[in-house]
Design a protein. Sequence first.
Length: 240
Amino acid sequence: AEYMGGVFRAELDEFLKRELAEDGYSGIELRSSATHYVIIILATRTQSVLGEKGRRIRELTSLVTKRFNLTDVSVEMYAEKMNLRGLSAVAQAESLRYKLLGGVVVRRACYGVLRFVMESGAKGVEVIVSGKLRGQRAKSMKFCDGLMIHSGDPINSYIDSAVRHVELRQGVLGIRVKIMLPHDMDGKMGPAKPLPDSVTILNAKEEEVPAVPVVTGGTVGGVIGGPSAAVVMGVENIPM
C-alpha cells in the first residue's frame, strides 16, 4: 500500500511516542491490504491506551485517518500488551525518564533499570546518561551489565535500543538504553537465529557393548592361535 512507507511509520511512531509516553508505549506493528489498515500499538498499560469504553483509541484512529487522509481505506487500531517490558528498550528508557523527572539520583535509577532488565532474562544491557548530572559541568555516565555486541549483522536482530530526552530545570539530559536480547528458538523473547559465533557442544554418544564377541584377524573368541579368519568363514579349501 502506498501509505505504509517508512515516513508514515516514522511519523506515526513519533506521534504515539509523545501521546502514549506514560502508558509504556513500546512500538507499533503495521499490517495492510488494498482496503484495510491494521495498526497494533504495543504498550505495557493497554487499558489506559484504550481509554474509557475504548474512547481514547477511537480518538487516535480518527486523528491518524485525518492526518494521512486515509478516507478510501478502513483504519483499525488495537492495543497489545507487552508482556516482557524488561526486554523493551523503549519501555525502560521511558521508565528511567520518569524516575529522573521525579528527582531520583541518576546512579540509583540506572542501577535499578540494569537489575530489572537482567532479571527479565536479557543477555546484556547498557545505559548511558549524559548532560548536566550534577553542577554546571556536563558529563556522561555509562552503566553496563552482561554481554553486549557492537558490530556485525546480529546487532540488527539482537540489540533493541532507544533514546529519550529529559527536560530538567538545569538543562536537558540524554538517555540511551541498549538491551541485548536472548536467543529464543520460538522467537518470542528474542531472535530465533543464533549468534554466528555460538558453538554448541553435543554430549558424546554412549558406545554399545556387543553381546557376542566380534571376530577380528586370526583370533576366534579372543583365543590367539586359533583357526584363521578364512577357516572360520568356511573357505579353508581355497588354494593359496
